[in-house]
Write a protein that binds this ligand. Structure first.
Ligand code: 6PG
Length: 227
C-alpha cells in the first residue's frame, strides 16, 4: 500500500494533457516490456478528451494495447453521449488497436445483464496496468455515485437512477478499478474544487476517495480546479 497517487497541478489543460500522454506512454512501455501487453481502462466524460486526442497522434505499440471502458451510459449505440462514441472519435478510430482488443459493456442488453457479462469479460484480464478516472462535482468516479453501497469486491455494477444523466449506466466496480498497478485521474474544472478538497481530506463517502486509496499513480488537475 502506498500513500496514494501523487498530485500535480498544471497551468493549462494543454499542459495537463501533455503530461497525461507522457504518463500513459511510460506505463505502456513498462507493461509491454514486462508482459507483452498494456491493459488500460479509459475514463468517460470531458476531462480526458484532450489527452485522448494527443495520444492518438503519439507513437505507440498499438497492437499490444488492450482497452477497457471504465463505465458506459445505457444509450443507443449511435448516441453521441455514449462514452464509446467519444472514445472512438478522439482515439480509437485513429489508431491501430484491433476492435477485438477493445472491451466495453454490452449496454444494449440492459444494464443488469450488461454488468454481469462485462464482469465475466474483464475478469481474465486483471490486473490492469493503468486505470484512468474522472471526478464528478459530487465526488463520483466512473459511474459509482456517492450515497450508495459499493461492494469493494464487485467487478461491475449496474447503475439505475444515476444523478448524472443518463440514469442507467454500467460501471466497473471497486474490485476492478482498484485491481490495477496504477491510477491516473484527470480533472480540469473549477466546479470540482470542493470534491477534490474532500478527497484530499480523506472523505471516504466519496467514491473517488475509495477508488484511489493507497494506490500508486497520479492525479493531474489544472489551475482552474486547484485555485
Ligand atoms: C461518465 C463518467 C464520469 C466522468 C465524470 C467527470 O459520466 O461517463 O465516466 O465518471 O468521468 O463525471 O466528467 P467530466 O470530465 O465531464 O467533468
Amino acid at each position: 500500500m502506498t500513500a496514494g497517487p501523487a498530485w500535480e497541478v498544471h497551468e493549462t489543460p494543454a499542459a495537463l494533457a501533455q503530461r497525461a500522454v507522457e504518463l500513459i506512454s511510460a506505463a505502456a512501455q513498462r507493461a509491454i516490456a514486462a508482459r507483452g501487453v498494456f491493459r488500460i481502462v479509459l475514463a468517460g466524460g470531458s476531462a480526458p478528451q484532450a489527452s485522448y486526442a494527443l495520444l492518438a497522434d503519439s507513437a505507440q505499440q498499438w497492437l499490444a494495447w488492450r482497452v477497457f471502458l471504465g463505465d458506459e451510459r445505457c444509450l443507443s449505440a449511435d448516441d453521441p453521449q455514449r462514452n464509446l462514441q467519444m472514445l472512438q472519435e478522439k482515439l480509437l478510430s485513429r489508431v491501430a488497436i484491433p476492435a477485438a482488443h477493445i472491451y466495453c459493456p454490452a449496454v444494449e442488453t440492459g444494464c443488469s445483464a450488461a454488468a454481469v457479462s462485462y464482469a465475466q469479460l474483464i475478469a481474465p484480464h486483471l490486473p490492469f496496468d493503468l486505470v484512468m478516472l474522472g471526478v464528478g462535482e459530487d465526488g463520483h468516479t466512473a459511474s459509482l455515485f456517492p450515497g450508495r453501497a459499493h461492494d469493494p469486491d464487485a467487478l461491475c455494477e449496474a447503475v439505475t437512477d444515476a444523478p448524472k444523466p443518463p440514469p442507467e449506466r454500467v460501471s466497473m466496480g471497486l474490485g476492478a478499478l482498484r485491481h490495477t498497478r496504477a491510477v491516473l485521474v484527470l480533472t480540469s474544472d473549477s466546479g470540482k474544487r470542493d470534491a477534490l478538497a474532500r478527497w484530499r481530506a480523506g472523505d471516504t463517502r466519496l467514491p473517488i476517495t475509495r477508488a484511489c486509496a493507497g494506490l500508486p499513480g497520479h492525479v493531474l488537475i489544472d489551475r482552474a480546479a486547484a485555485d
